[in-house]
Design a protein around this ligand. Structure first.
Ligand code: PLP
Ligand code: COI
Length: 347
């Protein structure tokens, strides 16, 4: 194996095996590993014709103690089941999901990056509709696939700031649309906003599609903002608030859920509510968070239409840096996993 682990970005590296399981006549088959990375798919399959597709993203880590940790895969299984129901697909039972992830890990163990490189083994579970169909409607046959790939940081550089840009001409997902499901269509429909942003070395901050007033999501990640306020008169103390959007159009992030727990443990107030874009000017720090990007601090948000730039912090700030390390320490086995988020595999 000739991989320079520390140079990996968020790009596909061909693994030895993928894992597949098909669903026909109301039943899932046992997941199996194959080296064939191509599908023999009917040209009229519902995934191709009508976008009947959902996916997931999760990671396995080689810990400081040499053990392997898979982070909260059951949460990904549950979310994929919700996406499946949202698109009228057969949900993948948790047991099949788990078997497929474990088999993908076992068959590609050489692709698990060593401890200390910062790289991890990413799993991309995929669910597609395979029934040939021309009439508009869902299929009855499905294929579940797990594609592993070693990956490095999502944004270039290990832990540095990214600039986001607001775009009111492209919406990611409608309120009560498919934004809460992890389906490919949400990403394809974002390209009109994300590609021009990427071409300028930035990423896109999506606003709520109804009013274009509230922060929805950071491209392929949730948004976190940190507000600090001084409370009390005689006994002055600083209250630190972890803010994250409430919206019917965003993906319920497993990373954000974990960070909210860690933030509470660190004594911060955690609030999930509508967040007006202008509130960025009251925040000391902000970040995108997700499996791929972990916590990616935001240095500024540009709103070209309003000719406004919101400056956050040029360097990763103390609150988000602390949360980043708290999460990474659990994932790499350097800190106690009080919430049993990691499945630990001796190897
Ligand atoms: N929001 C979107 C649109 C995403 O694609 C992702 C990535 O999975 C997230 C949020 C973060 O979710 P998670 O932390 O579960 O990876
Ligand atoms: C993830 O964070 O795992 C994602 O799937 C986001 C993106 C790379 C699609």
């Amino acid at each position: 194996m000739n991989i320079d682990w520390s140079k990996l970005g968020f790009h596909y590296t061909e693994p030895d095996y993928i894992v597949r399981a098909a669903y026909h006549d109301g039943k899932w088959e046992e997941p199996y590993a194959t080296q064939d990375k191509f599908l023999h798919l009917h040209v009229s399959a519902t995934c191709l014709q009508y976008g009947q597709e959902a996916f997931e993203g999760l990671k396995a880590f080689r810990g400081v103690d040499g053990k392997i940790r898979i982070f909260r895969w059951r949460e990904n299984a549950k979310r994929m089941a919700k996406s499946a129901e949202g698109l009228y697909m057969a949900p993948v039972p948790e047991e099949i999901f788990g078997k497929a992830i474990h088999l993908a890990l076992e068959k590609n163990i050489d692709f698990l990056p060593p401890y200390g490189t910062g790289a991890t083994l990413y799993f991309r579970p995929l669910l597609i509709g395979t029934t040939p169909r021309l009439g508009v409607g869902p299929g009855r046959d499905f294929e579940f696939i797990v594609i592993p790939s070693p990956i490095g940081p999502y944004y270039p550089g290990k832990f540095h700031c990214t600039t986001f840009v607001v775009n009111r001409h492209v919406d990611r997902a409608a309120p009560f649309g498919t934004g809460t499901f992890k389906v490919g269509g949400n990403y394809a429909s974002s390209f009109r906003a994300t590609e021009p942003a990427h071409a300028q070395g930035m990423d896109c901050l999506f606003l709520d599609a109804r009013y274009h007033k509230y922060i929805d999501e950071c491209s392929a990640a949730n948004f976190i903002g940190i507000k600090e306020s001084t409370k009390g008169q005689s006994t002055k103390y600083n209250e630190i608030e972890y803010l994250t959007p409430r919206s019917s159009a965003i993906l319920p992030s497993i990373t954000n859920d974990s960070l909210m727990t860690l933030a509470r443990e660190q004594g911060y107030k955690v609030t999930r509510r509508h967040i007006r874009l202008e509130e960025l000017s009251e925040m000391s720090e902000a970040a995108a968070c997700g499996t791929a990007c972990v916590i990616s601090p935001i240095d500024k948000v540009i709103d070209p239409e309003k000719n406004k730039i919101y400056h956050l912090s040029d360097e990763p700030g103390p609150v988000l840096t602390g949360l980043y390390h708290a999460l990474r320490d659990i994932q790499f086995g350097r800190a106690e996993d009080k919430h049993h988020w990691c499945e630990v595999i001796e190897n």
